[in-house]
Write a protein that binds this ligand. Sequence first.
Ligand code: C5P
Length: 311
Amino acid sequence: MTTTTAVTVRVPAKVNLQLAVGPAREDGYHDLVNVFHAVALFDEVTVTGARTRANGGAAGLSAEDAGGGPASHVDRVPLDASNLAWRAADLLARESGAREPVHLHLRKAIPVAGGMAGGSADAAAALVACNAFWGIGLDRERLLDLAARLGSDVAFPLVGGTAVGTGRGEVLAPARCAGRLHWVFALSEGGLSTPEVFGAYDRLRPGAPAPRGDPALMAALAEGDARAVGAALSNDLQPAALALRPALAETLEAGRAAGALGAFVSGSGPTCAFLAESAEHADRIADAVRTAPDCAHAVTAHGDVPGATVV
Ligand code: C5P
């Protein structure tokens, strides 16, 4: 019998191509129509056995910067049981009875608290990595189930590609995205809290209507028409993110001035996303947005890409 000593899973960031937000529900969440799109900005999660007497689940967590982003962002990664990846390992151990404790190492390129679901991506990767490490063999449906229990954005990075999320975002239907879309992401120093952004949304938009999908966006994606995709991008949380961080407006303007086909806040921010015509155009937009006062760093990435994968 061979013993697995380490499993590494690569997992993509996401950007929301549409984020339509309904009114606050009784449980505090909001019904969404959330068009997720996975982009080639990857975290890696490595699971190894932890030498401890602890029982099952995670016994330790470490994080390093993968380069390419603001290096300080990894300082904000919680290294304890409050980390969603740690909770993912614990949940899987509880559900499966796996007894060997593990250490999780995160190699982070996805900005922390950036509105690109990096924490959720790490949790999804931890589920896949621990499932392989412990040899549990849970199928995709069971993993999706556990992911939805961990958070609204954890199921999508298991699937990747482009998908429409409804409910609080965790009910996924795959969507077609033809061709390759070229993106620029402007990262800020410091994050925005997702609950705070939703709270600001409730104050700014009391009595919001039920969220609705946008057929024009889905048609543009299916046709691979980047210009039409750019015209259809939307994020109901953007005014709330801008209210909490007004300087993002200048970052968005710098991208528009460089000819971006679309310029918007990604998810709950503060990362701003820009759609470019080509990889070269993306490089030019990245150069332009770097000059904006709130932009600490700009990266380019194409989409869509597959979800969490063992490497
Ligand atoms: O599900 P998750 O833990 O990722 O959500 C983080 C926070 O974002 C929630 O506590 C809630 O404040 C807000 N949220 C929301 N409606 C959603 C998803 C998230 O209000 N559909």
